[in-house]
Each structure stands twice: as C-alpha cells, then as structure tokens.
Design a binder for this molecule. Structure first.
Ligand code: ATP
Length: 382
C-alpha cells in the first residue's frame, strides 16, 4: 500500500494541517480496487471537525466503499486516511474513533431498546450505574427515553432509526459514519428526521459523514457535500456552491433540474460573456469565465431562474427566447412549464404559485417569452 500523500484535488485546493479543525479527516489518494475494477479512485479530501459531510452520488459511484474504508472494514489499495492527525492504516476498525450506523439499523431483535443501546458499553466493562446514566442521557437526546423497555418490533421505523442513532452515539465517537440513514423512512418522516438529525449532531458536536444518493437529503443535512462519480470526487462545496456554481456538466445535471445547451463564445470580457446558442439565441452572462472567443462552452440555467411572460421583455435581443407552452404540471407549491422554443427543444421553467388564481394563468398552447437575468446562466467548460 502506498503511503505517499497525493496532490489534493482541484476541487479542494487548500491543504489544512493534519488534525486541525479543517483537516480533521484527511484522505490522500485513497483508492480501492476490486480486481481490475477501481471502485474509489485517488480521492483526496478534507473533512472538517464538527461538520456534516455528505457523500452524494449515483448508484455504484463508490460512496459506500469510501465509507467502509473510513470505518476500517475495507483495506485501501492505495492512499492514506488520517483522523485527527493519526494515520489509520495500522488501526483495526474496533480501535478507530469511529462508529457506523447501517442502513438496516442492525438492532438486536430480542433485546429491549435500553439493552440495544447499552450493548457497546457493556462490552467495555463500565459499571452498571455508568451504563444506565449514559444510556439514559443519549435516549433522552434522541427522544426515546419513554420507550426503553420496548423491543425493536414494537417500534415505528422512525423510532428504530433513533435507537440505532443512540446506539451509534452512546460511546461518543469522534466520527459517525451514516450509510443512507433515512432511506427506510417515508418522505414526510424523512424530512422531519433530517432536522432532528442536524439538531442532535449540533448538540453533541460529533463529525458526521453521511452517504446518500438523495440530493435533497444531502442539501438539507450537509454542511458540505462531496459529489462522487465513477469513484472520484468531482466537486466539494456547500449545498449552495454545488447548486449555484456546479464545476462541470455532470454536477449541473446531477443536482436538481437544469436547461443545458452547447454554445459558441462570441465575446469575452471582464463583464462576462456573450454566447451564441442554437436553442437560446444570444446568452449574456455576468460571470467572467476565461475560455476564449470561438470556444465551445455549455450554458446551464436552472428552471426557477427563467421568467415566463406573454409580452416580449424590453431587451429581447439577448437573454430572451420565444416559445410555445407544451405541458404544464401543477405541483401545488409550484408549476412546471415545458416550453418549446424555435429550435424544437423543450425548456423547463418552474414558477412558484404565489397568488391564488387572481390573474389568468398561462395555458398550454400559449406563445410566451422566456427571459433570464445575466447572473442566471452558469458557463461550463467541461
Ligand atoms: P449504492 O448507492 O448503489 O449503494 P455506492 O456509490 O455506495 O452505490 P459502492 O457500494 O461503493 O457504490 O460500489 C462501488 C462499485 O464497487 C460498484 O460498482 C460495486 O459493484 C463495486 N463493489 C463494491 N464492493 C465490491 C466487492 N466487494 N467486490 C467487487 N466489487 C465491489
């Protein structure tokens, strides 16, 4: 196994010191191969002390393998893991300052809630009084203090999730790894539990690394996200960084909905770019990106950043395009419009349903103008 530190990825160029708050968990060139197949490919990443770091990616992108290496259940093929300044390569799973909460919760079915949570402490030989106190404290924090005598099958899915969390936290690990922690819950309960999880994490100050393929969950929970694709971390940033300033087409497309088209740079200056795009006409952007006149780029505009109107906007020569409404989906809080522009392409536009039917709503088949502000398009070069 190589122990040479590898260069940090371009997505995260800072080099915090080992064991510092910013470099609390340091991965350098971390790689896992299964035979010929590379599941995790030279990942270099710094996770901060006390944050909720979400690893987000599609199925098979390497998230769980990365988490299992952190826990010590998989041995890296190359690279290094440091937690709080200590190299983990020679440290077995049970000696790492880490605990893992599995997607299945893995509770002991024949044991009460209290015994399930106490189990890890009993293995450590603590006194009965200490165990009782610590179990009581953590069950109160996860609001399960009234259910200590119940068995797992007598609990709801959300309650089981909280017992699993209590069991994972009772030994106060420095780092808690959570693999799809809310996947077993229905949508409403999941949304509610996300905020509870943040609350508990903030009270205890434990660093969380959460694996999820659910981008809404990652955006809600994560202080920062690492987006994974084919074993690599393709971008690290806050939820708003990732959503508003995706690093490339993969991230723009993976996170949320986006209208994304190729275009040719016509003018480039400190004020931004003018891009000729078959689907959108001339796109003017306020963001300066160095790519060179004549080069091919991609413009990405989020559906909620496009306005829809019956009249042409004042400066219709750029950042505006005419089209016909082909579909409308009423979603309650917002409506989705699919608008076909002259090139035949459908653009997706979302509008919040703020008013209650005072104006005549735009209908399917109407000719409309779509327009957007110069700060809305993101220009992507890869
Ligand atoms: P999901 O969201 O579907 O759980 P993931 O991002 O967590 O996906 P991993 O479980 O890390 O993905 O798997 C990454 C890749 O490595 C997959 O292609 C998987 O088939 C492969 N892989 C994982 N474990 C093994 C193994 N023990 N032997 C061979 N290949 C493996």
């Amino acid at each position: 196994m190589s122990t040479e530190p590898e260069p940090v990825s371009a997505a995260n160029p800072a080099q915090p010191a080992a064991g510092s708050d910013d470099g609390y968990v340091r991965l350098r060139g971390l790689t896992k191969r299964f035979g010929e197949f590379t599941a995790v490919d030279a990942v270099s990443l710094d996770i901060r002390r006390g944050e909720i770091f979400c690893l987000l990616g599609g199925s098979g992108s390497g998230k769980t393998t990365l988490l299992r290496m952190l826990a010590g259940f998989e041995v890296p093929s190359a690279g290094r893991i440091e937690i709080d300044g200590v190299d983990m390569s020679a440290i077995p799973p049970y000696e790492r300052p880490v605990n893992m909460m599995f997607q299945s919760y893995a509770l002991f079915p024949h044991m009460s809630v209290e015994r399930n949570v106490a189990f890890g402490l009993e293995q450590e030989g603590l006194s009965r009084a200490d165990i009782r106190r610590q179990v009581g404290e953590i069950l109160d924090i996860v609001k399960m203090g009234a259910f200590t005598a119940r068995k797992p099958h007598q609990l709801s899915g959300g309650q089981r999730q909280r017992v699993a969390l209590a069991r994972a936290l009772v030994k106060r690990p420095k780092l808690l790894l959570l693999d799809e922690p809310l996947a077993a819950l229905d949508k409403k309960l999941r949304e509610h539990t996300q905020f509870e999880l943040i609350n508990i994490q903030q009270r205890l100050g434990v660093t969380f690394v959460v694996v999820t393929h659910d981008q809404e969950e990652a955006m809600t929970l994560g202080t920062r996200l690492g987006v994974m694709n084919q074993g690599r971390i393709v971008q690290v940033g806050s939820p708003s960084d990732i959503y508003e300033s995706p690093a490339n087409r993969f991230v723009a497309d993976f996170i949320g909905s986006v209208n994304m088209f190729a275009g040719e740079v016509r003018e480039e200056g400190p004020q931004g770019l003018r891009i000729a795009c078959a689907e959108l006409g001339i796109v003017r952007t306020d963001r300066a990106v160095r790519c060179g006149p004549g080069s091919t780029v991609w413009t990405a505009i989020r559906p909620e950043k496009i306005s829809i109107a019956r009249r042409a906007p004042p400066a219709a020569g750029e950042n505006a395009v005419r089209g016909t409404v082909r579909e409308i989906a009423y979603m309650g809080d917002l409506s989705i419009y699919l608008v076909q522009v002259q090139s035949g392409t459908l653009l997706r536009v979302t509008l919040p349903n703020i008013t209650r039917g005072r104006e005549r709503p735009i209908a399917r088949g109407e000719v409309v103008w779509l327009s957007w502000h110069g700060s809305s398009p993101v220009v992507l070069t890869e």
